[in-house]
Design a protein around this ligand. Structure first.
Ligand code: C2E
Ligand code: MG
Ligand code: MG
Length: 597
């Protein structure tokens, strides 16, 4: 038992007060926590002359921070002490737990969190357990405060440098790292690469499966990417679904592209999240930073512009930066901004491209193709603005507007005395995958006379492949409301006819690449011929896209293809012009008759 006089001489109490203030100042000045704790241990020795040690909780263990009098062996024993011992083991009424020759008690924060421990030698001969004066407890509180303060600072620093979702470094940290690398270039002229990676159609996953699944996917993607970079490379999450990389050894574009390829292929295996098997692809933009190219002041923007370019070219690929891309990405930002008001300002319009029966040459349908005319920027092609609308989620509004407008036009043609027409409308995967896609479309159809037109929805393979069950349910549901489905650009995606068998699809639209392989009326590209044959066996209608020459039309007809669409017959035209073509019924005759004759 340690005895201290109840009343201290005035000078001693003033000295203690000064020490307390000094310790507090050390904490506030953020002096190293070990220095603060050493000062505290010094002070404590007055009450515990045999020794004292303060330990800090690091993870699940204690780490010695300051000591006086205790042996190294005793400290090692303390460090191996399971934290639970400080909570569970039987303690005396002052919270001391026996541990070998020592007594230990926890240092706890105001919120009850275990911050560390304090240890003193126990006196085996002492009848009573130690009691300490109030001053000792004040010092313990200061020790707890010092550790808590340090933890808080560490947490704040961590947060300032990291992304809390993926635990990767954040953009700010990346920028600092990049600045250092650029500075080093002056001394060590070994070029490096900055790479921007963006997950394709990520908004689809967030919209359809919810943010929780989206966040988990981001975490798993981050983990895979991290394990697929080199030891000297650096990865950060720039926000949203964008990741940034510094590729250390990238003297040539080949080396940089190889690093990009490695990242892309690391994402190829599906991600299993809850019960969802998610197929993910990404677009990558790369820029090389070299000592000679001092103009490369914005490598991140350059990599981003290149990544945007990769997306525009169809996603799931790598693009290398060139200067023209900067202009493009600025345009893209502007497009995204202006697109928001396109519907409200009446800037959208549908054009129609006739679809013809290859055998008779009659117009049997029309594909509705979206056009956007902006007063200031002029005409923007769907290839440019659809990807922007998809990334921003605006595509759902566009899709609904397009369907309603196509139906309205179909009804108007019927009223004008024309035969009911099959109208095909393109649906983005982002829109198609939405939970409420079918129910909202049914609601829309309720307002129209569905005998006036036949509605066909064109979707690409990727939309169906993401979730076959969803696709089947939507198709069956809408099928009962008279809606038909066509697979657009068939042959450019996963290209398997096997899964098509499981879906109520009516038509395959064979991508233009296949049609381009036909060089004469008697050419029979094997793959194309096989697709047409299999489609027929599966009772699917076949429509060839992008038919530009009479030879192509004849070869397709000879292979058994039913229908075609392309510049040979007509470019997409506005509604009034299509009305005229329908009235004349001429378009196909002119084209094919010319060839046959
Ligand atoms: P798509 O659905 O495969 O549409 C066919 C595209 O090929 C159209 O381009 C059309 O003008 C073009 N084309 C038709 N015949 C020929 C030909 O003989 N030769 C060549 N070289 N091209 C031909 P467009 O209108 O620029 O549309 C491009 C893509 O934009 C469409 O490809 C479709 O994926 C998308 N798109 C267009 N409208 C919409 C829409 O309303 N919604 C959605 N989600 N996507 C749309
Ligand atoms: Mg289409
Ligand atoms: Mg197409």
């Amino acid at each position: 038992m340690i005895h201290l006089p109840d009343r201290l001489p005035e000078r001693e109490s003033a000295r203690r007060e000064r020490t307390r203030v000094r310790i507090l100042e050390m904490i506030v000045r953020t002096e190293p926590v070990r220095d603060v704790l050493n000062t505290i241990v010094e002070e404590m020795s007055a009450a515990s002359p045999a020794g004292v040690a303060i330990l800090i909780v690091r993870g699940f263990h204690l780490e010695a921070a300051a000591k006086r009098g205790l042996t190294d062996a005793e400290l090692t024993m303390l460090q191996q002490l399971p934290l639970a011992r400080l909570v569970d083991a039987e303690a005396d009424c002052y919270g001391w737990h026996p541990a070998g020759n020592l007594l230990v008690r926890g240092l706890v924060s105001g919120a009850g969190e275990m911050l560390g421990a304090i240890a003193i030698p126990s006196d085996p001969k002492a009848a009573d357990l130690p009691r300490f004066p109030e001053e000792f407890e004040t010092l313990e509180s200061l020790a707890a405060f010092a550790i808590e303060h340090e933890n808080l600072l560490a947490e704040l620093t961590w947060r300032a440098e990291h992304d809390s979702l993926t635990e990767l470094c954040n953009r700010q940290w990346f920028e600092r790292k990049l600045a250092v690398r650029k500075f080093e270039l002056r001394r060590k002229p070994a070029s490096f690469a900055v790479l921007s990676l963006n997950i394709d159609r990520f908004s689809l996953i967030n919209d359809v499966l919810g943010y929780r699944v989206g966040n988990r996917l981001l975490r798993e993607v981050a983990a895979r990417l991290q394990t697929n970079i080199g030891p000297d490379d650096f990865i950060a999450r720039a926000g949203g679904n964008e990741f940034l990389f510094l590729i250390a050894h990238a003297g040539s574009t080949e080396e940089a592209c190889a690093a990009g390829e490695r990242l892309l292929s690391s994402l190829r295996q599906p991600f299993l999240i809850d019960d969802h098997e998610l197929f993910v692809s990404a677009s990558i933009g790369i820029t090389i930073v070299s000592a000679e190219d001092s103009a490369a002041d914005e490598p991140e923007s350059r990599a981003w512009a290149a990544m945007t370019n990769a997306k525009m070219r169809g996603r799931n690929q790598i693009a290398l930066f060139d200067l023209s891309m900067l202009q493009n990405s600025r345009e893209r930002l502007e497009i995204g901004f202006r697109l928001r008001n396109a519907i409200a300002n009446g800037e959208l319009e549908l054009h129609y491209q006739p679809q013809v029966d290859l055998a008779t040459g009659a117009i049997i349908g029309a594909e509705a193709l979206l056009r956007w005319r902006h007063a200031a920027i002029g005409f923007v092609s769907p290839g440019t603005f659809i990807p922007v609308a998809e990334e921003s989620g605006l595509i759902t509004n566009f899709g609904e507007w397009t369907i309603a407008e196509a139906i309205r036009q179909g009804t108007a043609w019927k009223r004008a005395g024309l035969e009911p027409l099959r109208i095909a409308v393109n649906i983005s995967p982002v829109h198609f995958m939405r939970e409420d896609f079918a129910s909202r479309l049914r609601e829309l159809l309720r307002h129209f006379d569905t005998d006036s037109f036949a509605l066909e929805l064109e979707i690409i393979e990727t939309a169906v492949m993401q979730d076959l069950d969803h696709a089947r349910a939507v198709m069956q549901d809408l099928g009962t409301a008279g809606v038909a489905f066509a697979i657009d650009d068939f042959g450019t995606g996963h290209s398997s006819l096997a899964w098509l068998q499981k879906l109520p699809v009516q038509r395959l639209k064979i991508a233009q690449n296949f049609v381009n392989e036909i060089s004469s009326a008697v050419t029979r590209p094997t793959l194309l011929a096989n697709i047409i044959r299999l489609a027929r066996e599966m009772h699917l209608a076949c429509l060839a896209e992008g038919v530009e020459t009479g030879e192509q039309a004849l070869a397709l007809a000879a292979m058994g293809c039913d229908e075609a669409q392309g510049f040979l017959y007509s470019r997409p035209v506005n509604a009034a012009d299509l009305g005229r073509l329908l009235g004349e019924g001429l378009v196909a005759d002119v084209a094919l008759a010319g060839q046959r004759g």
